[in-house]
Each structure stands twice: as C-alpha cells, then as structure tokens.
Design a protein around this ligand. Structure first.
Ligand code: ADP
Length: 478
C-alpha cells in the first residue's frame, strides 16, 4: 500500500525517515484505508512557512477568482458525493446515508462561502467629529491553524477551511489521525479547483506531536475536539496572544414534558442520543422526563431501540455503525460500569456485539433511575449511551438541564408555547431545539457553545467572519 504524504506548498511530501500510521475502518479492522506519514515539528514548521509565504498574494487575489475556486470545490464535492461519502463511511464508521449527507453538507458550505467571499465588506459610519468619515473593513487574520476531530471529518474541515480561504487567509489543517484519508481527498479536490500552492496545507499525525506543533507560529487557531485538548490549546494561544476558537464537548439535555407529542419525542430522543452511534458533540445524553410520562416514554424508547440494526457502516440496512476505535469503545464500556456502580439501572443494551467483520460494535445503552449529579450525567461519554432523569415538572427540568459544566445544545419536547419560549430564553446553551433532536444543524447559521462547550467566536454562517477577519477602523479627514 502506498504511503500518503503531507500536502505542503502544493506538493505531496513524504520523507524517507518519516514514521507512519495506518487508518483502519472501524467497521472492519482488516480493512486498512491507508498509511500516512507523520509530520514532525520540522515539517509542520515548513507547512506554516509555506502558508505564510502564500497568504499575501491569496489575500490580494480578486474576490471573483477566490469565490470561483470555492464554488468549484463545492461543485466537485456535490458531483462526487456518492464516492466520497462512501470513503467517509468506510473510514469514519457512520452509515452510508450519513456519509453522503456529510459530503453534501461540505459542498453546501463551500457554496455558501463562495457567496460570502463577495459579501465580505465593511461599513461607512459618520464620525462624531465634523469633516471626518469612518470606514470599517474586514482584513484576513493571516495563517490559520485548523485542528479537527474524526466525527464529521469532511464537514468540520470544510466549515473551517471555506471561511478561512474566503476571507483571504491561508491554512494548515491537522485532521484527526482516525480520518486522514478523507482529509487527503478534500485536499485533492481543492488543488484541482485551483487553490494555489501554499494556501492550504495538510499535516497528519498524532495530536501531541503534529497538533501541538501546529499551535506555534500561526496567527489564529480553530479547534474542534475534547475539553482537555481545547484547554491546552487555549493556553498555548494566550501565551502567543493569538486568537482562538474552540468547539468542544457537550452533555446535552433533551427535556420531555407531560404535554409532549410522545411518539415525536421518542423519535427525537432516539435520533439525538443514538444515531451516528452518539458520536456527535450535539448528541442528547441526558433525557430529562417529567414523571407523568416517564414510564410510557421509557417503554416506547426501549421498543424503538430494539428495532435498530447495528452493523457495518456500508451495509444498507445499518442504522448505527461502529464506535470509532478500541480506546473509545473501552471508555464507553467503562462508563457502563460507572453507571451501574452509581446505582443507575441499565435497562437496554450496553453489550459488545460481534458482526461478520471484526469491528468496534456495541448495542446502544439506556440507563434509568439516574440522578443528574452522577458521573454518567456530568461527564461526556461520546457514544450510544443515554440516561433518563425523572423530574417533577418543567421548573425542575430546566434547572436540571442547566446543572452541567457544558452548554452546547439543548432540546425540549412540548406542545406548550409558554414552556417552549421560556426554555429557549433560559436554557444555558449555544443551541436550543424545540420539538427537534439536539443534533442536526443547518450550515448557514451560527454554531457555538457556552460554558465549557465553546470559547471564542461562533463558527458557520456570516458570523464566521468574526473569527477569520480583523476589523480595521479607518478615520479619513476631508
Ligand atoms: P477526540 O479524539 O475525542 O475527538 P481530541 O481533543 O483528543 O478529541 O482530538 C481532536 C483533535 O485534536 C485531533 O485532531 C487530535 O489529534 C488533536 N489533538 C489531540 N491532542 C492534541 C494536542 N495536545 N495538541 C494539539 N492537538 C491535539
């Protein structure tokens, strides 16, 4: 199998002394997707230097040309969604339908930012002083480091790369070591679309080597991943006084009130908690249910859970694919033990599964009789793992929902306008969902968490400009 190099200054570079790592399908550990060379500190520096050299001419490339390049990337992703979606599913373990949908999402993101390239302007504001005008303009930040996780390998990379390039920055991406082949595919598409050499660079390798090297010598850093890594990167960024954007974990509540449309609420919970094997930072892991509907809700959810097919991501009747790797599977299994030892009752699933290929399969797990202060309700598990918390009424549901260090997404299922509106206003989270799963977002509106779930400006939509540009304020006398 040939070794994939790192993409630096428009070339795929492999050095003879470099160590490599393999990417393996979580659906079938016998299926090796590729072997990748690890970019060491020196090579990351070379990538940053290439990005720095290329950035000024990219920033002065006319917006029409920049927009057309982004549009071309979006077009190719859209045309090849079936093929690239299959790679997403094979390497990342999500179902084929989800893999294809993610490529479509990436395509839409590039189309959106092709438009934003043309719309990125400033304002003319009257001065308080006579004879003076004030103009604001948005200017690129410079070289942006991007560090991404494996769970949305092409969508997250795209919603960082597209705005960075739209507004005249250059980038160095370090994708997750679980999904390097998808990143390589995206970079091939970008090169074909005409992204100039050095404007977008790709370095592969483990977080503590390649990722931490990328946190040095850049002008801004955008990261999606875990809270501990985010915290380390925030410290590195503050030492250098560079801007940083962190999209971190969640412990997202879904509140179900007595007056909810129960079948619809069960579907919200099933989707939010277990689809994509719960490996979404917006997954619903705390199902907060008022007592009058509690038993009925739990019974209906258990029935639906039993109808889910867990299997190879590429099989067409699979609803839920594997866990991404052994380490993550072990971690989820440890939390099953934690839940039991805390006195919670495992009423559904949780066991490991064998399938025709060796992979990281488990039956989605549901705990009941849980309290919000249990570890299983306070720590992010990142798997098909949810707990039900029984509460008296709406007030207790809201205070329980807010009683967490996280604040990414939160949902409520109710037919009451009063409660829906109160929840929307008082839930401490970046995303509030009414009669919808906590996961499942649009691409043209902001995404950002509060509390430990996020730091810095939001991502996506027109607000992405707040991170990827500096505002300059010019005062001009007549
Ligand atoms: P997870 O693997 O659970 O998604 P991580 O925060 O470990 O969460 O990983 C997200 C991304 O951050 C990955 O690309 C990973 O390689 C990278 N990463 C991990 N540790 C570090 C680190 N110390 N410095 C920079 N990047 C890191």
């Amino acid at each position: 199998m040939s070794i994939y190099g790192n993409y630096i200054n428009g070339e795929w570079v492999t050095k003879s002394h470099q160590s490599t790592f393999a990417s393996v399908s979580p659906s079938d550990t016998g299926d090796q997707v590729g072997e990748f060379s690890i970019a060491d500190e020196q090579q990351v520096k070379e990538a940053i230097a290439a990005a720095r050299a290329a950035q000024p001419s990219w920033a002065s490339t006319p917006i029409q040309a920049r927009s057309e390049i982004l549009l071309k990337i979006g077009l190719e992703l859209g045309e090849r969604k079936a093929e690239i979606g299959k790679l997403v599913s094979r390497e990342g373990g999500k179902t084929l339908a989800d893999g294809v949908a993610e490529v479509v999402r990436a395509s839409q993101v590039f189309h959106f930012f092709a438009g934003e390239t043309l719309r990125c302007g400033g304002e003319a504001i009257p001065s308080t002083r006579p004879g003076i005008g004030v103009l604001t303009s948005r200017e690129p930040v410079g070289v942006v480091g991007l560090i991404t996780p494996w769970n949305f390998p092409i969508a997250i990379a795209s919603w960082k790369i597209a705005p960075a390039l739209a507004f005249g920055n250059s980038v160095v991406l370090k994708p997750s070591e679980e999904t390097p082949a998808i990143a390589a595919e995206l970079f091939r598409v970008m090169a074909r679309a005409g992204v100039p050499a050095g404007v977008a660079n790709l370095v592969n390798g483990p977080g503590h080597i390649t990722g931490s090297a990328l946190a040095q010598g850049i002008d801004a850093l955008s990261f999606t991943g875990s809270v501990p890594t985010g915290r380390k990167l925030a410290l590195a960024a503050s030492e250098q006084m560079i801007r940083i954007q962190l999209e971190l974990g969640g412990k997202n509540p879904l509140v179900i009130l007595d007056d909810a449309d129960l079948p619809a609420a069960v579907e919200c919970a099933l989707n939010g908690a277990f689809f994509s094997a719960g490996q979404r930072c917006t997954a619903s892991s705390r199902l907060i249910v008022t007592e009058r509907v509690h038993d009925q809700f739990v019974d209906a959810l258990r029935t639906r859970m039993r109808s889910l097919n867990i299997g190879h991501a590429l099989d067409k009747d699979t609803h839920i694919g594997p866990i991404i790797n052994q380490r993550q599977l072990d971690m989820i299994q440890r939390y099953i033990g934690v839940g039991k030892s805390e006195g919670a009752e495992l009423v559904e699933g949780g066991q490991l599964l064998e399938r025709r290929n060796p992979g990281f399969y488990m039956q989605p797990a549901l705990f009941i009789s849980t309290r919000n202060d249990m570890r299983i309700n306070q720590e992010e598990v990142f798997g098909p793992f949810a707990s039900v918390i029984r509460v008296k009424d709406y007030d207790e549901a809201l205070s329980t929902a807010n009683d967490t260090e996280f604040g990414l997404s939160a949902g409520i299922c109710t037919t009451s306008l009063k409660y829906a509106n109160h929840f929307r206003m008082h839930i401490q989270s970046g995303l509030a969902m009414v009669n919808l799963p906590t996961a499942g977002l649009d691409y043209h509106v902001p995404l950002g968490g509060v509390k430990s779930s996020g730091y810095g400006p939001s991502e996506q939509g027109k607000y992405a400009a707040d991170f990827y540009t500096h505002l300059k304020t010019a005062y001009i006398a007549n």
